[in-house]
Design a protein around this ligand. Structure first.
Ligand SMILES: [Cu+2]
Length: 294
């Protein structure tokens, strides 16, 4: 009998082969496994489609709400008029915008400088492996001087810029200067929930104030009840109207037109109704308006 044709003696790793996932038994079951997998993929696909449809529906609902909100805001009488403080209607609003842009530019420079230095340090001086200790630094006199002197100079410059302009923004151009013109005095009274404006001849108007163009308006404000806030963004001043205290502000318009404002201190349930309309007209029209008031 030829040696080697008898039954093969079991090999020590046969049992391992039978446990291997791709054993003969497993391969024989493959078509069934493939069917189950395909089915489960189908179910998962359906679930994915359903979730996609739900998400699409939510996005559509959000977009519709957004569009409705935009239409409601666009047709609002407040937004129909110029209420944008970055679209100045006169010299004080232009001065406020100049201050805003200077502060914004300085803030951006500081943000980029500090943020950039942090990001740079994170990458440049990071620990590159577990057995590496980054170089330890115990001070840098030049850098320390720079970050003390730099911000001090910057803050002092911004402080001076504010000090130089705050008097003008509060009181208007001094009559003694070339830009000085006699101001028109108007007293603003806030009460729940209306504004009234009393002119130099003692006559008053409600909600709508008329002022002459290119003329400083010297405003005094007070309140009959709670704290209100007078603000017509495109013309400048933002000033509280306080009960028992007379406050002071200055506005001016360079062009004829209508400007809208709103009480900016929450003063009760009718706060949203406390709109302010300022009509800017020529001096002749203003004088005629004063004559018509009762
Ligand atoms: Cu209010």
């Amino acid at each position: 009998m030829a040696a080697g044709f008898g039954p093969r003696p079991p090999l020590p790793f046969d049992s391992e082969i039978s446990r291997w996932p791709y054993s003969t038994r497993f391969l024989a079951r493959l078509p069934r496994v493939a069917t189950i997998e395909a089915k489960s993929r189908g179910v998962a696909g359906e679930r994915l489609k359903t979730r996609g449809a739900q998400l699409g529906g939510k996005l559509l609902a959000a977009a519709s709400l957004g569009a409705l909100g935009a239409i409601a805001l666009a047709t609002s009488p407040v937004l129909a008029a110029n209420t944008n403080f970055l679209n100045p209607g006169g010299p004080p609003a232009r001065t406020i915008d100049m201050l805003f842009y200077v502060f914004l530019a300085c803030s951006i420079v500081v943000l980029l400088g500090v943020g950039g230095a942090i990001v740079y340090a994170c990458f440049r001086f990071r620990r590159r492996s577990d057995d590496e200790m980054p170089r330890q630094i115990h001070g840098n006199a030049k850098l320390e001087r720079a970050w003390i002197i730099g911000p001090t100079v910057l803050l002092f410059a911004l402080f001076i810029l504010n000090v130089v302009n705050v008097g003008y923004l509060r009181n208007g151009p001094s009559p003694a200067t070339p830009a000085g013109r006699d101001p028109v005095k108007i007293h603003v009274t806030g009460q729940q929930f209306d504004w009234s404006f009393t002119y130099s001849n003692g006559k008053s108007s409600v909600r709508t104030m008329e002022i002459p163009v290119n003329t400083p308006i010297d405003l005094t404000t007070s309140s009959k009840d709670v704290i209100h806030g007078f603000w017509v963004p495109a013309l400048g001043a933002k000033i509280d109207a306080l009960p028992g205290i007379t406050n002071h502000a200055f506005i001016e318009a360079s062009h004829a037109g209508t400007y809208q404002g709103q009480c900016f201190e929450f003063c009760g349930v009718g706060h949203a109704e406390m709109l302010i309309t300022v009509k800017v007209v020529s001096m002749a029209q203003y004088q005629s308006y004063l004559g018509r008031l009762s």
